[in-house]
Design a protein. Sequence first.
Length: 127
Amino acid sequence: MTDKLVIATDNAPAAIGTYSQAIRTGDTVYISGQIPLVPETMEMVGDDFDSQVVQVFNNLKAVCEAAGGDLQKLVKLNIYMLDLANFAKVNEVMGQYIQQPYPARAAIGVKELPKGSLVEMDAVMVL
């Protein structure tokens, strides 16, 4: 069995359930879903999609860095949104954080997300 290393950082929201912020096995890091919680307060950043998607990318960035990588090393990104009409905003903000080559990606419309979030993302990173 491959060893698992728990990745944890105070620069991203603490886990609010029975999961880790990320798990590294070999050179691969599996990053748990990030919602727009501000790490210092564990409160939502705001009610608007724009501020929420920026906070989610900031949280993903913090977990990537804690694992010894960065957003550019993401190979897969899953984006969950309550309203797929916000997809253009995701692309705009993602372009501020990640340059080509972009990770493989899925965008999924969902009915509900934790804590009333409008967006959540999880990812896979290879170091």
